[in-house]
Ligand binder design. Structure first.
Ligand SMILES: Cc1ncc(COP(=O)(O)O)c(C=O)c1O
Length: 286
């Protein structure tokens, strides 16, 4: 196994040598943001869109972007070169750094902590994916800033644990009767050949995979609707999917103990996963 090289505050180091202060506000307060960028071959997927979302998250928490887009891309290339592989993902995290006094107040002189590593996520196995996942609906008790890709993920951890305790893989979150997203994914529903997903808002993360799926669907003549989905509508859905960078497009085959459609990945999913795999293959070869 080759040595894992990470990026920390301008240096490339073996992971064992990369250390951060215990006074870091990321450690003390969860005061920071992150990104996960899938990489196919040597090509990061939708890198400009990820960098735009990074900028949005940073602006929302009043943290300056330490680099311009070109510098970020150079660092990604360098880190990927030092951590060879096929399908991988770049994990990137920026916190507000360490300060000698533990105080919520933002200190102007704080230097951010910038950390990046390569995750060896492996090639997604479509046959495995096709088996689908079981889910339950759970009340979405998170805050009104879910559009920020915040490292404060304790609420998501609690919701995932509630799903695990119910014996399923993930939760579909519901706020005031309407579906928001999964614990680490966005949600799509298929009804009468129309692909439907909730609009972006402060109650869900604007997923890069979500946008890509919508774009590819429209390019391929699939009718799409971006609108609120009432929890009750899920019961009569033809298909339900959860999408994310690492999970790609996962068909939901069981919800709250009841099979979705005939408990198999549906025809729209089969069409879309092929389009998605094709898109990835073109990216690898570009
Ligand atoms: C809460 C949440 N929603 C949605 C997503 C999907 O986003 P993306 O498609 O950019 O991976 C994630 C990914 O981690 C997430 O954590």
């Amino acid at each position: 196994m080759p040595e894992k090289i990470v990026f920390l505050n301008g240096e490339y180091l073996p992971v064992e040598q990369a250390t951060v202060s215990v006074l870091d506000r990321g450690f003390l307060f969860g005061d920071g943001i992150y990104e996960v960028i899938p990489v196919f071959g040597l090509k990061p997927l939708r890198v400009d869109e990820h960098l735009q979302r990074l900028q949005n998250s940073l602006s929302r928490i009043s943290l300056d972007n330490p680099f311009d887009d070109e510098s970020w891309k150079q660092i990604f290339d360098c880190l990927l070169e030092k951590n060879p592989g096929e399908d991988r993902a770049i994990y990137l995290q920026i916190t507000r750094g360490a300060h000698p006094v533990r105080d919520l107040k933002i200190q102007a002189e704080n230097r951010p902590t910038i950390f990046m590593m390569v995750l060896q996520v492996g090639v997604v196995d479509v046959t495995e994916l096709e088996k689908g996942i079981k889910t339950v609906t759970i009340d979405d008790f998170r805050w009104h800033a879910c559009d920020i890709k915040s490292i404060s993920l304790v609420a998501n951890v609690m919701l995932r644990e509630q799903a695990t305790q119910s014996g399923v893989v993930d939760a579909i979150l519901v706020r005031e009767g309407y579906v928001t997203e999964g614990t680490a994914s966005n949600l799509f529903m298929v009804k009468n050949d129309v692909l439907i997903t909730p609009p972006t808002s402060q109650h869900l993360l604007p997923g890069i995979t979500r946008d890509l799926v919508l774009e590819l669907a429209e390019e391929n003549g699939i009718a799409c609707e971006v609108r609120q989905i009432a929890e009750a509508e899920l019961e009569s859905a033809d298909e339900i999917w959860l999408t994310s960078s690492t999970r790609e497009i996962a068909p939901v085959v069981n919800l709250n103990g009841k099979d979705v459609a005939d408990a198999k990945a549906g025809p729209m999913w089969k069409k879309m996963i092929n389009i998605y795999q094709q898109y990835k293959q073109e990216l690898r070869q570009a």
